[in-house]
Design a protein around this ligand. Structure first.
Ligand SMILES: C[S@@+](CC[C@H](N)C(=O)[O-])C[C@H]1O[C@@H](n2cnc3c(N)ncnc32)[C@H](O)[C@@H]1O
Length: 279
């Protein structure tokens, strides 16, 4: 196929590309706004799926490969069972993961042992307490790639069980009861306020001109769409990040339910928004 005018040559990395190790065609491909991945059964998926919101390591790898070069460092303050940490390992990056619940880090460490992977740096605790300690130590990272809780706990998840949980792999009991869990924020406003504090710390921990990729899922409650990703983006802008755009991760295989049918439009939200910020 003929190259369009101005399109980079396949297979060649631009000599002035200081951001990543990608050849021009891979750089161009990543700038498309849609990413499509399912959950391949690999890298301890059976163990990791105990976490209600684990992410495919190969998806995280694609994001990390765009925003870092080999050997560079990635920070994830909401590490869960390590989608980002494993993704970083897959492409030869160093990573630091903070997670509130030791049980999730234990699963990540078990997956590493089973796969023969060297474990990345992990810290158990509330990131609102751990991040300022990293700032005090003068730590700096080449990228932030993270997947926070998306909102406070929602009353109408799965439409009050109307359509069952047959496609759901994780037990709801897996949620933390800790008040430090951002998911246990009392309201959307409190959740956004706490995300703003996290954003302020991340800005200080990121090297100048580098990027943060933040995954947020919008939701639908009480007859209205809740664009949580827009509100989180606004809070990151408020602390000084530049909002560079977004990518949509289309979660192939997500179940589709007839929520509003045949009376009204109710979306089946089968995507996550990946917000891209630059310091
Ligand atoms: C959406 S999940 C991340 C899943 C992860 N990407 C994975 O692949 O497993 C969000 C995680 O943030 C953690 N979390 C919530 N509040 C936190 C806080 N204040 N500090 C650190 N971790 C927190 C939760 O325990 C949960 O594991």
């Amino acid at each position: 196929m003929a190259r369009e005018k101005g399109q980079p040559k396949d297979g060649t990395r631009h000599p002035r590309n200081g951001l990543n190790d990608l050849p021009g065609n891979a750089w161009m491909f990543f700038t498309k706004t849609i990413l499509q991945t399912s959950f391949p059964s690999e890298l301890g998926h059976d163990l990791r799926r105990q976490h209600y919101a684990n992410k495919p390591p190969r998806l995280m790898q694609q994001i990390i490969e765009f925003f870092t070069r080999s050997g560079e460092s990635v920070l994830d303050p909401f590490a869960g069972v390590g989608g980002t940490l494993l993704g970083a390992g897959l492409c030869g990056r160093r990573a630091t993961g903070i997670e509130l619940e030791q049980q999730w880090l234990d699963i990540y460490l078990q997956v590493c042992r089973d796969a023969g992977f060297e474990a990345q740096e992990t810290m158990c605790g509330d990131c609102l307490e751990v991040l300022p300690r990293l700032i005090d130590k003068g730590r700096q990272f080449d990228a932030v790639v993270t997947d926070p809780p998306y909102s406070p706990a929602l009353k109408k998840t799965l439409c009050d069980d109307r359509y069952g949980r047959s496609n759901r792999h994780s037990p709801f009991e897996a949620f933390s009861a800790s008040p430090s869990d951002l998911r246990n924020s009392a309201s959307f406003d409190e959740f956004y306020d706490r995300m703003e504090v996290v954003a302020g710390y991340l800005l200080q921990l990121l090297k100048p001109e580098r990027y943060a990729a933040v995954m947020i899922r919008d939701s639908y409650q009480h007859g209205e769409y809740i664009p949580a990703s827009f509100w989180v983006a606004e809070r990151f802008r408020k602390v000084g990040f530049q909002f560079k755009g977004l990518k949509i991760w289309y979660q192939t295989g997500a179940p589709v339910r007839p929520y509003g049918y045949p009376f009204s439009y109710v979306p089946n939200i089968v995507h996550h928004t990946i917000l891209i910020f630059r310091r």
